[in-house]
Design a protein. Structure first.
Length: 259
């Protein structure tokens, strides 16, 4: 199990999903970000002694919601989910859209609609706390697969994260770090910071840990999808330096699909 700090706990679910608990130290209220499966979430609650009050759902895919019924039955936690997910998320108490705010005790998050991976995807940005939960939109050294939109839709969702402070910690929904790093190095082979992150990711993997959370600053320096405006990335997909970042991102995402 990886502990990101005294008030956030991360752990693996299924084979590569990232489970997250975030707890407000002032009130003791605690939220799970998605519930990929029940057992690891309940085990983390038992280990920490935290009291789960909320479940914040990023999107409707089964590998993010299938553990909700059991965890809600055990804890009574309130389920908040994207309104655009319809009835695909079980046991929902509240739906949210762009511009809404959610609270975990005294911690408050902005709801961002971040479509691209799927049409209903939202991210939860705890701006004052300096953390963002990006689900399957932004990964460490990568981004989600485009499934229900044009690539430009995901690019515009990713652009929003670029405006956050560099120190913002970003939590992704899966541990795809090493496979993302291999692609990133293929696209950006001379990036010294990226080589260092690859080495760090390999060290952590050997310890059964993972490079999550990342930071916005680290991603801006090493994630090829967030660097689509850089000439180096344009050249990597045989486009001229100065090509619009959206077009470079589209080409990078298509390359990653084949990689």
């Amino acid at each position: 199990m990886s502990a990101a700090g005294p008030w956030i706990r991360t752990f693996l679910c299924r084979s590569d999903n990232i489970g997250v608990l975030i707890r407000d130290p002032a009130t003791g209220d605690c939220a799970a970000i998605d519930v990929p499966e029940a057992a690891p979430v309940l085990a983390a609650l038992d280990e920490t002694g935290w009291r789960l009050t909320d479940i914040l759902v990023t999107h409707r895919h089964a590998d993010h919601v299938e553990g909700i019924p059991e965890v809600k039955a055990r804890t009574g936690a309130k389920v908040t989910a994207p309104a655009k997910a319809g009835d695909a998320v079980p046991d929902v108490d509240r739906t949210v859209v762009e511009g809404d705010r959610v609270s975990v005790g005294q911690l408050e998050a902005e709801v961002w609609e971040t479509p691209g991976h799927c049409a209903d995807h939202v991210s939860f940005v705890f701006r004052d706390a300096g953390v963002a939960f990006a689900g399957d939109t932004l990964f460490t050294l990568g981004c989600g697969r485009v499934m229900e939109a044009e690539p430009a839709t995901l690019w515009h969702s990713l652009e929003r994260f670029l405006a956050l402070p560099d120190a913002t910690e970003v939590y992704s929904g899966h541990d795809y770090v090493l496979s993302n790093a291999r692609f990133a190095l293929a696209a950006d082979p001379d990036n010294a910071a990226l080589k260092e992150r690859m080495a760090e990711a390999e060290r952590l993997k050997a310890q059964d840990r993972f490079l999550i959370p990342s930071t916005i600053g680290a991603e801006k320096a090493t994630n090829p999808f967030l660097r689509a405006g850089e000439p180096t990335l344009a050249r990597s997909v045989d486009l001229a330096p100065g090509t619009d970042a959206e077009a470079v991102f589209t080409a990078l995402r298509a390359w990653k699909n084949r990689f």
